[in-house]
Design a protein. Structure first.
Ligand code: F6P
Length: 328
């Protein structure tokens, strides 16, 4: 017998391409197993405001190719408070919901874990959905592949014009606490330097590197700056460098939210489908307070606590090492 008879699904925090394929998989896997499904609008806000609706097979038709999330999303401060959680719990119980699938990143999981510890009679399963790729327990998070490809396409275009004008570009990419997009995009686009929150680069070293490049006949240079880099932000870095590297014409581009949009890549459609399918099956098997994740091409469970707090998670050492070497 199913341990779950009715589940709710929500997306929370920053949207990520691949959330829609995941919602589709959750809904259809649940229905296939005789479990009713409720969609929650705008993440935890919808739980508090009781903004939910019954979903059927057709509720998720033709959404595989859509970016964003059909359930909408929000960052919800009231859910951090006991009072907000109590209201959310009441609304879930009134609807007879005994399982909850939350698709999101670290903020989403922090809320889910606290909620689930307070109200353990509602089983909670997390799906890693964030372009930041910063959760322990899944080599890739939903949306990271699409976002990185979006960034690469944009930087390739900037390289064309940078090269035509012999310019030095500083390009800010997303990642408040994570350099995952910056690192992969940097290697993929041959960036001359990559500034990451995880690894401090001294400005003197950056300047030396760029001067060397210029004297080695590099026509253009690209420096990728992750949002969370600790050198004071992309404009400050560009200004500091311009003062020292006078023979380069310096420009700044902030890619911003275009990085989060767009149709999910094949990888994110498959990943979303696998994770959504696995999340429902894990709930059926009686699991709770866990996250489904991709590890060595297998879908495995990790506790939400570990997903959030296990600091073994790091950017790949070989990528960090080759970033400098391959861009000489
Ligand atoms: O968490 C995903 C993310 O895209 C981060 O990389 C970025 O710093 C943040 O969200 C931006 O959030 P918001 O859209 O709320 O400004």
């Amino acid at each position: 017998m199913n341990k779950i008879s009715k589940l709710a699904v929500l997306t929370s925090g920053g949207d990520a391409p691949g959330m829609n394929p995941c919602i589709r998989a959750v809904v259809r896997t649940a229905l296939y197993n005789g479990i009713e499904v409720v969609g929650v609008r705008q993440g935890y806000k919808g739980l508090i405001e009781n903004d939910m609706y019954d979903m059927d097979k057709r509720s998720v038709s033709n959404i595989l190719n859509l970016g964003g999330t059909i359930l909408k999303t929000a960052r919800c401060l009231p859910f951090k408070e006991d009072e907000g959680m109590a209201i959310a719990y009441k609304h879930l119980k009134e609807r007879g919901i005994d399982g909850l699938v939350v698709i999101g990143g670290d903020g989403t999981f922090t809320g889910a874990l606290r909620f689930s510890r307070k109200y353990p009679d509602i089983a909670v399963m997390g799906v890693p959905g964030t372009i930041d790729n910063d959760l322990y327990g899944s080599t890739y998070t939903l949306g990271f592949d699409t976002a990185t490809n979006t960034v690469i396409q944009a930087i390739d275009k900037i390289r064309d014009t940078a090269d035509a004008h012999d310019r030095l570009f500083f390009i800010e990419v997303m990642g408040r606490d994570s350099g995952a997009i910056a690192l992969r995009a940097g290697i993929s686009c041959g960036a001359e330097a990559i500034l990451l929150p995880e690894k401090q680069t001294a400005l003197e070293d950056l300047i030396k590197n760029l001067k060397e490049g210029k004297s080695n006949k590099k026509s253009s240079s690209i420096v990728i700056v992750a949002e969370g880099d600790k050198n004071g932000g992309v404009y400050d870095v560009a200004k500091a460098v311009q003062q020292e590297v006078k023979d380069y014409d310096v420009k700044v581009t902030i890619l911003g939210h275009l990085q989060r949009g767009g149709s999910p890549s094949s990888f994110d459609r498959i990943l979303g489908s696998r994770l959504g399918f696995a999340a429902v099956n894990a709930l059926i098997a009686g699991e709770s307070q866990k996250m489904v994740g991709l590890q060595a091409n297998h879908i495995l469970l990790t506790s939400l606590d570990d997903a959030l707090n296990n600091h073994e998670f790091k950017l790949e050492a070989d990528l960090l090492q080759m970033a400098d070497i391959l861009s000489i």
